[in-house]
Design a binder for this molecule. Structure first.
Ligand code: 9MR
Length: 384
């Protein structure tokens, strides 16, 4: 069958998709696969398996694909208990021009979810990416303007979505990457982002307090990445994130949960003990922990045999879920569901360099369950 590629991408996304041609080149590699069918994907779906054991499972979704690809929509209907808009709730989608809001993409996802009883979580109010030029320029005018821009966005978005979205990533990717990466460094441990430059480190507290004021019962989440693995880099990032959370809690800043993105990489070692104790330390601060964007980038070389290859990813995911569940995590969301739409095959800087395509998600290129799906189902079934 021919590949279903995202038909139209939100403004600013298209340029990120230079690896698309690589994805097409790799199509031949999956020619052996069978097209999705009820026989290959019988009920229960992963969200039902999870729910039966007191877990929540969901996945990031794209509104365009839900509307145009019946196999994609069927896969989400079958597997995903919670939907996270991959683009549609980001600043550049919601407020592409100052004061001109566009909720159409987000509404499409929320409506689809509501018709099927699947809640939507919001991602993300304050983030340095998917952030329009007008807002960058406005923020650079000074602190008062920056605060006004933040307040206007948060207030309009939360008021518009209040009845339908009860869970938001308020601040996303705010901890600075430790030295050794190519991210511009702040003087301290926080990312040198537009709002950081305009308002200083207090912008995090400001965003969380503004959100709480708009909507007192909303779940407010701080979402970040790079804290999962057993490397000195991740160790430092864990230290920074934990420090930040402790500081916010000490100041009684409203914060309900920390989202751990979990873009895992097989090239890095994973220690269930180290990660588990980090999660416990976070939870000891009185916040919940959610796994918000789970997927796996494979190692630099992979077995030729797909089953052996998928098993490596599945084993890593099983170890990750077990460690998280043992530390009290009940929510697991993957960043996409079907390999062919994963940012790991579409985005040039994370795509494989050997012409192969990452097999990062629970469903393969043909929307069928693979080892990762089975490992997740087993992990939910066997977790305490
Ligand atoms: O998967 C998303 C990718 O397609 C977009 O180009 C990018 C910018 O909007 O965002 C990606 O999703 C990111 C998420 O919003 C935050 N954590 C990292 C995700 C992967 O980059």
């Amino acid at each position: 069958m021919s590949p279903a590629l995202p038909p139209s991408l939100p403004a600013g996304e298209a340029t990120r998709r230079t690896a698309l041609s690589m994805a097409l080149a790799g199509m031949a590699a999956t020619a052996h696969a069978q097209q999705a069918s009820p026989e290959l994907n019988p009920p229960p779906g992963l969200w039902q398996v999870a729910r039966g054991r007191g877990f929540t499972f969901g996945a990031a979704v794209q509104a365009n694909m839900l509307a145009t690809d019946p196999l994609y929509a069927a896969a989400y209907e079958r597997e995903a208990g919670v939907l996270v808009p991959e683009f549609e709730a980001k600043w550049s989608s919601l407020q592409p021009k100052e004061g001109e809001f566009d909720f159409s993409g987000l509404d499409a996802i929320v409506n689809w979810g509501q018709a099927r009883g699947r809640p939507v979580r919001g991602h993300a109010l304050v983030w340095h990416e998917a952030f329009p030029d007008w807002a960058l320029a406005a923020i650079a005018e000074g602190p008062q303007r920056a605060r006004g821009v933040m307040a206007a966005h948060i207030s309009r978005v939360l008021n518009t979505t209040r009845a339908r979205i009860r869970d938001w990533d308020v601040v996303n990717e705010i901890v600075a990457d430790p030295p050794g990466s190519d991210t511009p460094q702040a003087d301290g441990e926080l990312r040198n982002s537009p709002f950081f430059r305009a308002l200083g480190p207090g912008y995090i507290e400001t965003a969380l307090r503004m959100s709480r004021e708009q909507d007192p019962t909303l779940r407010l989440v701080l979402n970040d990445y790079g804290v999962e693995e057993d490397t000195p880099w991740a160790e430092e990032k864990r230290r920074r994130l934990l420090n930040l959370v402790r500081d916010l809690v000490r100041k009684r800043v409203p914060l309900d949960a920390v989202g751990i993105q979990a873009h895992l990489q097989m090239r890095n070692p994973f220690s269930p003990a180290i990660f588990g104790s980090f999660l416990r330390a976070l939870r000891a601060e009185g916040v919940s922990v959610l796994i918000t964007e789970l997927d796996v980038r494979e190692g630099d070389s992979v077995p030729e045999d797909y089953v052996a290859r998928d098993r490596l990813v599945a084993d890593r995911v099983a170890a990750f879920i077990s460690a998280s569940a043992e530390a009290g995590v009940r929510t697991f969301l993957t960043w996409g569901l079907v390999d062919r739409f994963s940012w790991t095959v579409i985005q040039a800087d994370v795509a494989r360099r050997d012409g192969k395509l990452h097999r990062a998600l629970p469903l393969d290129w043909e929307y069928n369950r693979k080892e990762m799906w089975r490992a997740m189902a087993r992990s939910f079934n066997t977790a305490a």
